[in-house]
Design a protein around this ligand. Structure first.
Ligand SMILES: Nc1ncnc2c1ncn2[C@@H]1O[C@H](COP(=O)(O)OP(=O)(O)O)[C@@H](O)[C@H]1O
Ligand SMILES: [Mg+2]
Length: 454
């Protein structure tokens, strides 16, 4: 290869990008120029924080909602707009342990991380000293410690998340003795009270919460219009409307709506064509496939069993909303007995799968049996099935065709259960004939991976 070949590649990339006026306007990591809507959420947050003027700032505020609902952007925007308030914004995503979370906070405050031999208490105490001297220097009385992706602390199964939160809240109290105020904002998908925390922590953190619902059509369109205005010389509003329609129907995630527009334009640009809804459709499929592969790569065998059960129920049984207990029954049919987890653990796994965006749930009343959850797949089973295992998926498709042709759904259904039963009882060594290609050993190191495989 010669330098001129590199130049030719660069030329080609330039040509492809000429569809954009300023592609950076579609960069979802960038702070948006303007905040669209979210008046109620902003007001709620400001009310909590502004109570510092009465000396009653809450020690902990839980900001929660689906991904792409604007949580990180809005927390930053609100805190940066409050003149008397200092902000330390830390994303905990990169931390594997609670100790690393504490060290990330320390690093964000400009201090050096401590070695693990020092223990959590030493890091928290260092955080307190750094904050006190920072506030003194900045001549401010109030600091917000925003902990983004706060749910990371609950993935550390060896240490106690309650202890960490407790120590942070005590830190707020100690700062108060020095006439400083601190509010911790935990940003996560679920409200913090749903996580497993000790009673002593719960009573201390109270229940100050701000919920971010998913975006509807109008807000998604407005966000896209704002980005598109900067990103393109001209763009037909009907394309933005189309992106907003797909996004609000599926997930209400502003990040993914912007991605859809960007990838659609990239596909059009690569073909040297004007952007049309056809390109958006192609982008939609591409993004869904990318997303499913990414999610699957983090799935342990247990997650795959659960996923296989749901795909089976929605594809073969054509169920749309599926009760936890139905999923659990199917899971038990397809999972070898010695590997079967409890109903409770499967409910937790379903919750984790929901957090990946692959499922949504709704709560339903079961009369005197209390409340239960029903799940719905967010992707078509014919995208998830092949990602689990192509061969098994092909078998399942063939079986469904046969069912439809013979009109013997129930009979074949029984055959399927028999085969799954055979797997469940370990009479067939692997699941590639009809079930799912499930590896026997957990090969992932991710957090999803660490916590469930037995
Ligand atoms: N209300 C909004 N106005 C403008 N842009 C927004 C708004 N909400 C989200 N965005 C954009 O969508 C993307 C995702 O938002 P983010 O705050 O990261 O969501 P979350 O933290 O809930 O996952 C960001 O790139 C942001 O620019
Ligand atoms: Mg975020």
């Amino acid at each position: 290869m010669k330098k001129s070949d590199i130049d030719a590649i660069l030329d080609k990339i330039d040509k492809e990008n000429s569809i954009f006026k300023n592609k950076a306007a579609l960069d979802v990591l960038r702070t948006p120029k303007r905040i669209i809507g979210r008046n109620k959420e902003v007001e709620n947050l400001v009310r909590f924080l502004a109570s510092y003027k009465q000396g009653t700032i809450p020690p902990f505020v839980s900001v929660y909602g689906r991904s792409g609902s604007g949580k990180s952007t809005l927390v930053r925007f609100v805190c940066e707009s409050l003149d008397g308030v200092a902000l330390c914004f830390v994303n905990l995503r990169g931390a594997k342990t609670i100790f690393e979370c504490a060290n990330l906070i320390l690093s964000e405050l400009g201090a050096e991380a401590l070695p693990s031999a020092k223990g959590l208490g030493a890091v928290i105490s260092a955080i307190k000293d750094v904050i006190a001297s920072y506030l003194q220097e900045a001549k401010k009385q109030v600091i917000v410690l925003a902990l983004d992706e706060f749910d990371m602390i609950f993935y550390d199964k060896r240490n106690k998340p309650s202890d960490f939160v407790y120590k942070l809240v005590v830190l707020c109290e100690q700062l108060k003795e020095k006439n400083y105020q601190m509010c911790i904002i935990g940003i996560s998908n679920n409200v913090v009270s749903e996580y497993d925390l000790d009673e002593r922590v719960r009573s201390r953190i109270g229940n100050s919460e701000v919920y971010f619902p998913a975006y509807g059509y109008d807000e998604t369109l407005e966000i896209l219009q704002m980005c598109a205005k900067e990103a393109f010389n001209e763009i037909n509003d009907s394309i933005l409307q189309y992106c907003a329609k797909l996004s609000s129907r599926d997930h209400g995630d502003a990040r993914r709506a912007i991605d859809l527009l960007r990838v659609g334009a990239e596909i059009a640009g690569a073909k040297n064509q004007a952007l049309s809804t056809k390109h958006v459709d192609q982008a939609y499929t591409k993004l869904q496939n990318d997303r499913i592969s990414e999610i699957m790569s983090r799935f342990t065998p247990q997650f795959r069993y659960v996923c296989g059960a749901i795909v089976y129920l929605s594809y073969i049984m054509e169920l749309e909303l599926i009760h936890t207990s139905k999923i659990y029954d199917e899971y038990k049919l397809i999972t070898p007995k010695k590997s079967q987890l409890t109903h409770r653990r499967i409910s937790e796994i379903l919750n984790d799968i929901e957090n990946t965006g692959m499922l949504t749930s709704q709560t339903h009343s079961r009369g005197r049996h209390g409340y239960g959850k029903q799940y719905k797949l967010m992707f078509s089973p014919d995208l998830i099935g092949p990602a689990l295992d192509t061969k098994s998926w092909d078998d399942l498709v063939a079986m469904k065709k046969q069912m439809e042709k013979s009109g013997q759904r129930e009979k074949l259904r029984k055959d399927v259960v028999k085969i799954f039963n055979a797997f469940a009882h370990g009479r067939v060594p692997n699941m590639t004939n009809i079930g799912w290609n499930i590896p026997n050993k957990d090969t992932t190191n991710s957090d999803l991976g660490n916590k469930d495989y037995k």
